[in-house]
Write a protein that binds this ligand. Structure first.
Ligand code: HEM
Length: 172
């Protein structure tokens, strides 16, 4: 897209014949980048710094694990739903449930690229659809070993109903 043929702009070129040295130059121009500033009234669409390009460090994983030793996922315990609802604050531990998996996020809040606030909303609760709205497996995987503490059943209800997804049938 950034490549344009010079001939298109022939009208903008000088009338005199080009110097032979110029003629030997490549006949395309590379436009690096065009910044179009957003209008001042545009609301922010992303939380500043929500995306990170650097890999997660060992130190961050250790902080997120809060001193827990890594456990083989097959050896993690079953956690009853009553226990999950009690872990809805930073003092007793802040857990969330995605699918049937229980994550202890107590020490992860400040490392979360999406910010700490979201965890208070879902503390001690199931937030499966909200989680997949913002993440894919690749976001979860690096942190899973540090945060996953067990499995639960029945999965606690999600406090908010998932909005319906509409598909357009006109083009089918
Ligand atoms: C196991 C717990 C969680 C992990 C490991 C996790 C991980 C991440 C990661 C890696 C990102 C950066 C995504 C990117 O680079 O594009 C992110 C962003 C985000 N996360 Fe989480 N997250 C967790 C829980 C949650 C929860 C419970 C919510 C709320 C529903 C949430 C909401 C968000 C939001 C809103 C963003 C910013 C997305 C954007 O603006 O692009 N996260 N999270």
């Amino acid at each position: 897209m950034g490549w344009m043929r010079r001939g298109v702009y022939a009208a903008a070129l000088p009338a005199e014949p080009l110097d032979i040295k110029d003629a030997a130059k490549p006949s395309v121009e590379h436009i690096e980048r065009v910044d179009i500033p957003a209008p001042p009234s545009a609301p922010p669409t992303k939380r500043k710094g929500a995306r990170r390009r650097t890999p997660v460090t060992e130190e961050e994983l250790a902080i997120a694990a809060g001193g827990r030793e890594p456990v083989d996922p097959d050896d993690l315990p079953f956690i009853p739903p009553e226990s999950i609802s009690k872990h809805d604050n930073l003092k007793d531990g802040l857990w969330i449930v995605v699918e049937d998996r229980v994550y202890d996020c107590t020490n992860f809040l400040d490392l979360h690229p999406g910010g700490p606030e979201v965890f208070h909303q879902f503390a001690g609760k199931q937030c499966t659809w909200q989680f997949w709205k913002w993440h894919s497996r690749k976001h979860l995987e690096p942190w899973e070993e540090s945060l996953l503490i067990g499995y639960t059943y029945p999965v606690p209800p999600n406090p908010y109903p998932e909005p319906k997804r509409w598909i357009r049938t006109g083009s089918l």
